[in-house]
Design a protein around this ligand. Structure first.
Ligand SMILES: C[S@@+](CC[C@H](N)C(=O)[O-])C[C@H]1O[C@@H](n2cnc3c(N)ncnc32)[C@H](O)[C@@H]1O
Length: 179
């Protein structure tokens, strides 16, 4: 579902950010569709796995950065069309290395300032673990405060599933800023 929405917002001239590369599945998906992808992960292994996947597909339109997405402003100096966050920890990886409420919100504050008109930020929230539960709560609290004259925020839930199914959050920058 998230990818269907991404596709509506990107083209071969777009600049995209994968804020949580992990094993590189989303980085690859984006690299096959846009002009350039900036990929972030704090785990060296994740950056290496992503690099390997891109190499296998002969793609060289990505900049991979082994640093937290909260430092995004240090690495990107051009406007962004799409930023995707697949929050939580790497499946089958070290569950103690997970995204956090503070890091994600700090990154979002920066990314929203870099987003092009008609750009999109997409977050997949996994909240079946304690850190994820806190992150979900705080991120939702933060996005509810975003200026409605500048951004639309859409929140999607799977309402017939048991336990804590993942949720989607989309933030779009509206056509014109109302000043
Ligand atoms: C759910 S996984 C991402 C899965 C990935 N989209 C894929 O297709 O394989 C979350 C990733 O976020 C990374 N991460 C945690 N904190 C981060 C941060 N502050 N900045 C960037 N990446 C972070 C973790 O190392 C982990 O690899």
């Amino acid at each position: 579902m998230a990818r269907l929405v991404w596709d509506r917002y990107i083209n071969t001239n777009s600049i995209a950010v994968d804020a949580t590369c992990g094993n590189g599945n989303d980085t690859l998906y984006l690299a096959q569709r846009v002009r350039h992808v900036y990929g972030f992960d704090i785990q060296k292994q994740a950056i290496e796995n992503t690099g390997e996947l891109l190499k296998q597909h002969q793609l060289d339109n990505c900049t991979l950065i082994c640093d937290g997405h909260e430092n995004i402003d240090k690495y990107i100096s051009e406007p962004i069309d799409l930023a995707v966050y697949n929050l939580g920890y790497l499946p089958k990886g070290d569950k103690s290395i997970t995204t956090t409420a503070n890091g994600t919100i700090s990154s979002l504050e920066k990314v929203l300032g870099m987003l092009n008109i008609n750009g999109l930020v997409s977050l997949t929230l996994y909240w079946g673990h304690p850190e994820g539960r806190e992150e979900r709560e705080k991120v939702l609290e933060y996005v509810r405060t975003l200026d409605s004259s500048r951004f639309h925020v859409l929140y999607m839930q799977l309402i017939n599933q048991e336990n804590t199914p993942p949720e989607l959050l989309f933030i779009t920058r509206k056509k014109k800023d109302v000043i």
